[in-house]
Unconditional design. Sequence first.
Length: 172
Amino acid sequence: MAAEERDLEAEYNNRARVPDHPVHIAGWQRDAAAYRAEASSELDLAYGHGERHRLDLFHPQTGDIGGPVVLFIHGGYWQALDKSFSSHLARGANERGLTVAVPNYTLAPAATLAEIVSEMEAAADFLMRRTGRPSSDCSSASSGLAASRQTTIVAPAGCAASPGHSTNCSRL
């Protein structure tokens, strides 16, 4: 089928494809709230001046192993939800000794995708300043529950980067 023949709304609208999506989203919110209540965390840390420029840090109960900080960017097709729906997704990395940051960002259409990317760069810069662990594009990865969910790794200390910019890190 040619690209121009595809119904892009049908292809990318997961809410339309999953009729009981409200049940799933409510489950994420419930599970996330439960994890926030039990986790070792710092909530609503400001990484910028915008109303939604806040992130939650989830620390391992047994102590951070000094590895990368996982930056989990919540889903919602850049237009919906917030960090409070994804807190529980920090559990697995926390159980392995990794700290996890879950930021909010300005949603579209109030922000362009380029502006959202810039906000995530500001969140990563904040984490670099706070933890001393520079970001490295050699440690980036993508995964998640939906196409817009991403994971970005902020590399351990010792990986050289120019201020405010990521770099390649051959030791990782």
